[in-house]
Design a protein around this ligand. Sequence first.
Ligand code: HEM
Length: 215
Amino acid sequence: MDAFSTAIRVASHEQHTEAETSTFMSDLLGGRLGVAAYARYTEQLWFVYRALEDAAEALRGDPVAGPFIRPELMRVAQIERDLAHLRGPGWRESLAALPATRAYADRVARCAATWPGGYVAHHYTRYLGDLSGGQIIRDKAERTWGFERRGDGVRFYVFADIANPAAFKRGYRELLDAIAADDLEKQRIIDECKLAFDLNGAVFRELGEQFPLTA
Ligand code: HEM
């Protein structure tokens, strides 16, 4: 197959467009939703990143997933600061996963526990996206709801320890290209990446149902 980093990007391209143009994302980025919708979305991310990052330490020495575990990517502490800002000090008591979020986080946790290649698929889908489109979302959120630039509310999108995101993404793609997996396993990882996009899409759909536009 082509370079693995190319193959996985090309394979998920169509679903990426669907995610970008999903009703919830379009409404959110179009400034048509209130900050409560943004908070609810951020809350869903907490469950997904807990699943990704709770597993990180155990996978650090894994030949397949280990190279991807990087402290500068870790997001849970930043999400928690955002949630404290968005919801107040009692944010933890009101946390609730949507059914689609529960399914997504469970799938990540299951991959982390049983299949390092699958974990890489989820890792790629989230962190490379956050380093890319995440920056567009951050800019929109700052403008729409008046968060301090790169401050409380949007810290999830701020990778303070990654000085050069473009260079980091190049390095990440090199890790993908060097992954310790044969072609069959690479194909399975690509399939899991497509599933990861589906799982994100399902979360967007449920969020969209919760925050319909009052026409
Ligand atoms: C409105 C929302 C979104 C926008 C505006 C957006 C925008 C972008 C842009 C501009 C890039 C290209 C960056 C580059 O070439 O270096 C990108 C890459 C990426 N995005 Fe998104 N994105 C959005 C949502 C998502 C979602 C929901 C996911 C998955 C959960 C996602 C996953 C990815 C991934 C994995 C990449 C890296 C592709 C690669 O180079 O291999 N994005 N995004």
